[in-house]
Ligand binder design. Structure first.
Ligand code: FMN
Ligand SMILES: CCCCCCC(=O)C(=O)O
Length: 377
């Protein structure tokens, strides 16, 4: 990726873009933690292309538009937010910072946006709910023991979470070779805190990634579209399906009663070789035909990326690694800075493209005849 200022900042004060947080985080974190956060599956082709694909889309700005007022606000599942950028669910924030998900929740709340808390968080969902008054959704994995999901969904609803994000792309964990080499395991002060009292969490790293071995024993590989009905029978909350990359699955999600879709390849950590999300987005949006909202994550690092996702039909984006790197760099303040940088950049690109609201961002603001669209990659 051509990111000329990537990695140049020596301190938080010097950071001028989101990508620069990664180098600071890398310096601060133990190798095992940094590699866990940074890596993708296998050859990491999709990891690279999640970003490259954004850079291949050109913008078509409109000029001499009155942009003296630019409003980035939108609504997500009926909740008004000042910017269309959410915190994606990512595991184990305590590996990045002692205040972990508590700091992330406070940061999301202070900028007014939504945090999706990972099932695999290192503070439990009640602790995170109590950390800030901001809007939160809960991401769900379903284990072989379905009572665990049932218990967590009820707890999330009682704690005030406003939606369940069902991750559909993880019947097994992808092959993350850095974690295999590092024999990934958890330090004594970090665990999957939501599971305390429900099951013991022990990672066996003797043959490779302890997390992969653990997931392989616990994840319910039989989970399928019919289980959305089961999920709807245990919660009143809207359900977003995360991990959709095809029009076929988008239609199945709608038929199953999903309230929204997150186009995601899990930050390229599951199946290497799948389409970059910004490329998959158009097919999903075409299949959905406006019936439910479509959100996107994967490789979003610039306001221009967010703008391009909107031009292709996304109604909000989520960011994963940048939030973790901000957290590792400077706790709550670091996450706030990441979210603020992205929203400032979005406001600028909207102004420079002649868009006063996110609804003004249209397909005509991007160049559909570029090499990106003729070759798709
Ligand atoms: C370290 C890490 C942990 C993740 N943990 C989860 C998780 O627990 N549940 C989930 O649905 N997705 C998880 N994801 C995927 C993110 O929700 C999101 O799809 C991805 O990070 C977006 O790509 P980006 O990191 O390029 O922004 C994780 C991603 C990373 C990098
Ligand atoms: C439930 C155990 C597996 C946690 C995996 C977290 C995750 O999704 C990731 O990408 O890492």
């Amino acid at each position: 990726m051509d990111n000329s200022s990537e990695g140049k900042a020596n301190s938080i004060e010097e950071v001028v873009n989101v990508a620069e947080f990664e180098a600071i985080a890398k310096r601060k974190l133990p190798k095992m933690a940094y590699d866990f956060y940074a890596s993708g599956a296998e050859d990491q082709w999709t990891l690279r292309h999640n970003k490259i694909a954004f850079s291949r889309i050109r913008l078509r700005p409109r000029v001499l538009v009155d942009v003296s007022k630019v409003d980035m606000s939108t609504s997500v599942l009926g909740f008004k937010v000042p910017m269309p950028i959410m915190v994606a669910p990512t595991a184990l924030h305590k590996l990045a910072h002692p205040e972990g998900e508590l700091a992330t929740a406070r940061a999301a709340s202070s900028v007014g946006t939504i945090m999706v808390l990972s099932f695999s968080s290192s503070y439990n969902l009640e602790e995170v709910a109590g950390a800030s008054s901001g809007l939160k959704f809960f991401q769900l994995y379903v284990y072989n023991d379905r009572k665990i999901a049932e218990s967590l969904v009820v707890r999330a609803e009682n704690a005030g979470f406003k939606a369940i994000v069902l991750t559909g792309d993880t019947p097994r964990l992808g092959r993350r070779e850095a974690d295999i080499k590092n024999r990934f395991t958890l330090p004594p002060n970090v665990t999957l805190k939501n599971l305390e009292g429900l099951m013991s969490v022990e990672l066996d790293e003797s043959k490779g990634s302890g997390l992969e071995a653990y997931a392989s024993n616990t994840m319910d590989r039989s989970l399928s579209w019919k289980d959305i009905g089961w999920l709807k029978s245990i919660t009143q909350l809207p359900i977003l399906v995360k991990g959709v990359l095809t029009g076929e699955d988008a239609s199945l999600a709608i038929n199953a009663g999903a309230s929204g879709i997150i186009v995601s390849n899990h930050g390229a950590r599951q199946l290497d070789g799948v389409l970059p999300t910004i490329v998959a987005l158009e097919e999903v949006v075409n299949a959905v035909q406006g019936r439910i909202p479509v959100y996107l994550d994967g490789g979003v690092r610039r306001g221009t990326d967010i703008f391009k996702a909107f031009a292709l039909g996304a109604q909000a984006v989520l960011v994963g690694r940048p939030v973790i790197y901000g957290l590792a760099s400077d706790g709550q303040a670091g996450v706030e800075k990441v979210l603020k940088l992205l929203s400032d950049e979005l406001e600028l690109v909207m102004s420079l493209c002649g868009c006063c609201s996110v609804d003004d961002i249209k397909p005509s603001h991007i160049d559909r005849a570029s090499d990106f669209f003729s070759s798709r990659l």
